[in-house]
Ligand binder design. Sequence first.
Ligand SMILES: Cc1cc2nc3c(=O)[nH]c(=O)nc-3n(C[C@H](O)[C@H](O)[C@H](O)COP(=O)(O)O)c2cc1C
Length: 324
Amino acid sequence: MKNTISIQYDTERVSDLTFPADSPATLLGMGAAIENLYQAAASINIQIVTLPTHPFGLSNPIYFKAEIIDANSTVKFSDTVLPLFTRHTNRFSYFLKSIPQSNIKVLKNLTLPSISIDIMEQRPQINKIAQLVYSASCIRFRTRETNEWLAKSLRFGKQTIDSGDGLDIDTLDVPPGGTLFLHLIGHWKILKWLNRIGVYRFMSWIDSRPIKKAPALIAITGPMGFEHYLNAGRVIERVWIYLNEQGIAVHPYYVVSDQINRLHENKVPEELRQPAQRVSAGSKQVFDLQDNETLYMLLRVGYPKKKAKRSKRLPLEDLFAVHI
Ligand SMILES: Cc1cc2nc3c(=O)[nH]c(=O)nc-3n(C[C@H](O)[C@H](O)[C@H](O)COP(=O)(O)O)c2cc1C
């Protein structure tokens, strides 16, 4: 019998806690997991050969399936410290120092068919992107669903240690008093009331400021569609791992992509559709996209001023199952 490995959506564990199984965000995450698998296998001389999958229509969609060709590798996994295990998000400030050209050259070669990696370092272009992030963020903070989703994923203090998932508040660059404020605006009634005096603008200004001050941004773009999203996730992970290996920090920004996707999925509230359409049109112009193309992810990159706290990981037994 063949030894196979697959990556699938765990409906029972994650439904209602994260993005749906077929959403672009999930597919990007799955692409990243696939890339991790390839890099881990290569490090211990195991070859994996992709098998066809039928992702949807199943209660737990399978995104990736592969045959393990040489399971008798003598290299022990624990013997190798893989760069993929040191990849992490850094949401703190970065120095203005540029990314060396030699790194940019390598980055461009990390791509897969149809996926583009564009590095932006010119101030006028960075300012335009910061404006897009601000506008998308304004929609986010005025939308009940996206706000409650963020509130649900935030973990404060001891809760983090106990759960091991979600977004640890200490990994965010929150100013003094910010934690309490985030707690408060997690209640939609409070945020809705505060939005009447423009709090969403203040929150979006905070959200977009690091983009405006970034030494460089990377846009990962390309066509829409299942395979393309998986490949884009792989490319994002490759770029991220490579940059972190070089001591360059990475902070992903999904807010622009998310609002564009929500617009396509008819999830943007009626009164916010016009600003969302402007974000979508603006992103086409700034990122030079064709009609069938999209922005998968925006990355803020640079040399970090501060080491970031690392996110916890769920125990392996919650994520991995062996079937004989
Ligand atoms: C599809 C996707 C979208 C994400 N969007 C954001 C984002 O908009 N802002 C952010 O700070 N982190 C974002 N993240 C990063 C995750 O929050 C982060 O990877 C996770 O908390 C684990 O932390 P680590 O990257 O340090 O391992 C995103 C990750 C994925 C896969």
